[in-house]
Design a protein around this ligand. Structure first.
Ligand SMILES: *[C@@H]1O[C@H](CO)[C@@H](O)[C@H](O)[C@H]1NC(C)=O
Length: 202
């Protein structure tokens, strides 16, 4: 019992250290070891789950985790706030934009760029679409990718504020939904990035 608590505490320490200690910029690598590029479509995968878009709360979409493993549906692209940048480094301000075919987009009036929106019924800040890409003043849409152990995590980093990791929360309308949201525990979801059309189903 004592031992377990100690191990838990040590793991906690390692986790906190790993999320805090690396703040310098290094290229973010995709699952093939290639640098992440702006404008290229990737599946962001966490624990074998891809991301998807949910309309359980209407428009804009909530960004959620796929219910089934290895089901990759909705890719994302990354956009640096510095237009001259074509590869994504860790700890660099960026926008994340979900990709959805025009025919299947049921929220055509809103952008597919991610932003943080407070869910009025839970008080939790969820990742939704309807954000802005390429606008440095759109602080609710500013994210960074940071290294978390051997993988990566998303940081929400509005300018001038401290950063918070993105984690998961249960949906308030559909309880089966696992939403991407601001972490309230300090822990973050770890992600890898698989380039689309790269034989990922082999
Ligand atoms: C990314 O990081 C590498 C390594 O630290 C650095 O050489 C490069 O200039 C950085 N690129 C950008 C666009 O910040």
């Amino acid at each position: 019992m004592m031992m377990k608590t100690k191990i838990g505490f040590l793991l906690f320490l390692v986790f906190v250290l790993s999320s805090k200690s690396i703040s310098y910029a290094e290229p973010v690598l995709d699952a093939d070891g290639e640098p992440l590029r702006t404008g290229v479509e990737y599946y962001a995968v966490t624990n074998d789950r891809g991301l998807s878009l949910s309309r359980s709360q209407g428009c804009p979409y909530n960004v959620i985790l796929e219910l089934t493993l290895q089901n990759y549906e909705s890719p994302v692209t990354f956009r640096s706030l510095d237009p001259s940048v074509t590869t994504i480094n860790t700890s660099v301000a960026l926008n994340v934009v979900s990709v959805l075919g025009e025919d299947s987009n049921q929220c055509p009036d809103q952008s597919l760029a991610w932003k943080l929106s407070e869910n009025p019924s839970t008080g939790i800040w969820d990742v939704t679409t309807g954000g802005a890409a390429g606008n440095p003043d759109a602080s609710a849409s500013q994210f960074q990718i940071v290294r978390l152990g051997p993988s990566y995590a998303f940081h929400f980093c509005p300018p001038g504020c401290s950063c918070t990791l993105l984690g998961a929360s249960a949906g308030s309308v559909d309880p089966l939904e696992i939403r991407l949201s601001l972490s309230t525990s300090g822990g973050g979801l770890v992600f890898s990035f698989k380039k689309v059309n790269n034989n990922i189903f082999v």
